[in-house]
Design a protein around this ligand. Structure first.
Ligand code: GAP
Length: 431
């Protein structure tokens, strides 16, 4: 496992993540995903959807910008704030709960009184900048799901329990964005809102908690680096009666563990607020005649925090044949490229031609990378560092025997495989 600086540096050097607005000196709390980061992020999202899309879970993609009324009803305008203090000397601002002592952490000047700072980004929809045009960038994707609850019910008539799931951007004007992707101002969330009978809410809360932990372990996160943490009453958000966080060992706090995902029992708080006049009995709602407002169980995961956890967990340094190497042991399903194809030499037409053939065939099914620069050892190192699980080399034996070398990233072991078997070989490995 690596520390944060190592990952930041690898991410920039190899094209995973760049600082936002980089050429203009940067904009704190924003990050641009490079080519490899884009692929890794897409794979994380794909695996999340794969774990969510059961017949009774409905996907949604709601608007990022929404009317002020949503945030009045949700309680965000009133509650979604962090305590802020300003240094009287250097005028820098800090989160009051992130500093030790009474003085400015930068210039040791005297700090002013703490006040609440709302973290939502406000804008105006349309050409008139008056109060009626006030709109907000969502600080969580969840509210987009709640306000579409009735639309989904009316269109699909689902039976209880059912869920609505969404992946999308969220924005928070964090006072002190820091620790790379961990605390950003623009980030992405993957959220499921699971609507159920209040009688069964505790059971679903516990099932979803287990389901979410299994997802991380299945995708290769090491057990020693991840754990549950049950929030105390003081730590919970205003809408929650039970919250368990899944913590990951990012190594940035005292004991190293920080929140990766939150799982909350939001009760009927959100639906009651958005549909105050709604008749929750009889035909008006589902097929249930008991007349309850559904409870909501919500697992909410930041894509960027998951990205960081997968990168950190996969990072390793070892020695192969007496040479040090950096290797990203990403789960093959998450790896940006599954296979890299190398012609052994660049100047032998038959070898290059055959390698192109193999590459063109494999890339119909798998994300593949072509590499013909430097010696094969160097190419292996390059692919190890970006997490490519398999490298295929086309050599003289390929021309004579019809076989290629397949080299495994983790063990560095090589085996000869017939070119016509390559497709099924990788298919099997990835299934
Ligand atoms: N809908 C519930 C909700 O938004 P949250 O605990 O505030 O709950 C959920 O956020 C997840 O979103 C967190 O567990 C984290 O993974 C991610 N997240 C929150 N704030 C973030 C930030 N500033 N930067 C990156 N990820 C963030």
């Amino acid at each position: 496992m690596a520390n944060l600086e190592t990952i930041v540096s690898l991410a920039k050097r190899r094209g995973f993540v760049f600082p936002g607005s980089d050429v203009y000196g940067g904009l704190a709390g924003t990050w641009d995903y490079g080519p490899l980061g884009t692929l890794l992020k897409e794979n994380i999202k794909k695996e999340w959807w794969a774990s969510m899309l059961e017949p009774h879970i409905y996907p949604l993609d709601s608007a990022i910008i929404s009317t002020k009324k949503v945030w009045e009803a949700s309680g965000h305008l009133e509650h979604f704030s962090d305590p802020l203090v300003e240094c009287k000397k250097c005028k820098k601002r800090f989160r009051a709960d992130h500093i030790d002592g009474d003085n400015c952490p930068e210039c040791k000047g005297e700090l002013g009184k703490a006040r609440e700072f709302n973290m939502m980004f406000k804008t105006h929809a349309g050409a008139v900048e008056d109060e009626s045009a006030e709109a907000y960038l969502r600080p969580e994707t969840a509210q987009g799901i709640f306000i579409n609850f009735k639309n989904v019910v009316d269109a699909f008539h689902p039976k209880m329990p059912f869920g609505i799931a969404q992946i999308g951007k969220a924005f928070r004007n964090e006072i002190t964005p820091r620790n790379f992707l961990f605390r950003a101002r623009e980030f992405e969330q993957m959220e499921l809102e699971y609507f159920c009978d209040p009688k069964n809410a505790d059971q679903y809360f516990s099932d979803i908690r287990e389901m979410r932990m299994k997802w991380f372990l299945k995708l290769g996160i090491k057990e020693k680096n991840i754990k549950f943490y049950d929030n105390t009453e003081d730590e919970r958000s205003h809408y929650s009666v039970a919250t368990t966080d899944i913590l990951y060992n990012y190594g940035i706090s005292d004991d190293g563990f920080e929140e990766l995902e939150g799982i909350a029992n939001r009760t009927d708080y959100d639906l009651k607020n958005h549909f105050p006049g709604h008749n929750w009995t009889g035909e008006d709602f589902l097929e249930d005649k008991d007349g309850f407002v559904p409870y909501i169980i919500e697992p909410s995961l930041g894509v960027d925090r998951a990205f960081l956890a997968f990168m950190m967990d996969a990072y390793d340094e070892d020695e192969i044949g007496g040479e040090r190497r950096v290797v990203l042991r990403l789960h093959p399903k998450l790896a940006p490229f599954k296979v890299a194809v190398f012609p052994l030499v660049k100047n032998k037409e038959e070898i290059v031609g055959k390698a192109k053939e193999v590459f063109d065939d494999l890339r119909k099914k798998f994300m593949c990378r072509w590499d013909d620069s430097g010696n094969v050892g160097k190419r292996y190192r390059r692919q190890d560092e970006i997490g490519t699980p398999w490298c295929v080399t086309i050599d003289y034996e390929t021309l004579e025997e019809g076989t290629v070398t397949v080299r495994d990233r983790d063990t560095a072991k090589q085996e000869r495989i017939k070119t016509e078997d390559l497709n099924s070989y990788f298919q099997e490995k990835l299934s």
